[in-house]
Design a protein around this ligand. Structure first.
Ligand SMILES: C[S@@+](CC[C@H](N)C(=O)[O-])C[C@H]1O[C@@H](n2cnc3c(N)ncnc32)[C@H](O)[C@@H]1O
Length: 267
């Protein structure tokens, strides 16, 4: 595959289409991240993180939520409040509309049902929707490339920052990724948690006829970068993806990673 030029945040702001992204990547039957097993993997690992791994507290920041809400469905059971954060206005607006389940937004019903089943507390889809809506207090503009990603706001340090599929999009190279981990870590209390999930060895993904760059990450790099940023890894799992020519042309990762890490020190 040809090399894709780095897709910067302003390109995300201008052309990233929230609804098209959800349809292509999360459609219950054909979504690329459904077919490759990523979504089920992420839902299971998130449920584990907020139950058996004991990640809980007052505030969780979900950085780079994009247009999706699946990642907050278990988090809202373990945190008093969730603050969303993303660079693009369109994604923040779409995320808020999805929380309210507004007409014209992606239908997450099947995913919500799956999370209710995983959690096994007998919660209904409607109860889960309400819980999520009540727990996400707001979503803020953020830029993970800044030393304080929430600039100009200075937020009190939180118990957990979670970021799924964002940092590898935001970074042009591995040194920047290391720096971005530091930036994000500055938002977390000592003893608090970082939850990161990324697709691995991916160079680009297709959306609306445009190729978006993705920084190619490996498990080894992630282990060392997270540890060097002052975290102790609590849980790390990688799942492989089967090769399929057509699907790899859309997005060419070969595996997915999920990690929970506890902040031990400031670096
Ligand atoms: C591929 S989407 C991830 C969507 C979603 N989290 C998921 O799991 O499918 C990448 C997200 O990263 C955001 N992003 C890109 N650069 C960023 C930056 N510098 N700071 C914050 N968010 C950024 C984009 O706006 C987009 O919402």
């Amino acid at each position: 595959m040809e090399k894709t030029d780095f897709t910067d945040k302003d390109t995300y702001q201008e052309i990233f289409d929230p609804h098209a992204y959800c349809n292509i990547y999360y459609d219950p039957k054909s979504g690329l991240l459904v077919v490759d097993g990523f979504l089920d993997f992420a839902l299971r690992k998130l449920c584990e993180a907020f139950t058996i791994r004991g990640v809980k507290g007052k505030t969780l920041i979900d950085i780079g939520h994009g247009p999706t809400i699946y990642q907050d469905l278990s988090a809202c059971e373990a945190f008093e409040e969730i603050i969303g954060a993303d660079y693009t206005d369109r994604n923040r607006e779409y995320y808020e509309r999805s929380l309210r389940n507004e007409p014209g937004t992606f239908d997450w019903t099947k995913v919500i049902q799956k999370v209710c089943d995983l959690e096994g507390k007998g919660m209904t889809v409607e109860e889960k929707r309400k819980k999520l809506l009540n727990t996400v207090k707001k979503t803020l503009k953020c830029d993970v490339l800044k030393s304080n990603p929430m600039e100009p706001l200075i937020l009190p340090k939180v118990d957990c920052v979670m970021s799924l599929g964002c940092l590898e999009c935001a970074c042009s190279d591995l040194d920047t990724y290391r720096q971005v981990l530091k930036n994000v870590s500055s938002l977390i209390k000592i003893g608090g948690y970082l939850i990161v999930s990324e697709i691995l060895n991916c160079s680009s993904y297709l959306l609306g006829g445009k190729r978006f760059s993705c920084l190619a990450l490996t498990e080894d790099f992630m282990r060392s970068a997270i540890t060097e940023t002052g975290f102790a890894i609590v849980d790390l799992e990688v799942i492989p993806r089967k090769y399929d020519k057509e699907q790899y042309e859309l997005c060419n990762h070969d595996s997915s990673l999920f990690v929970v890490a506890r902040k031990e020190r400031n670096v």
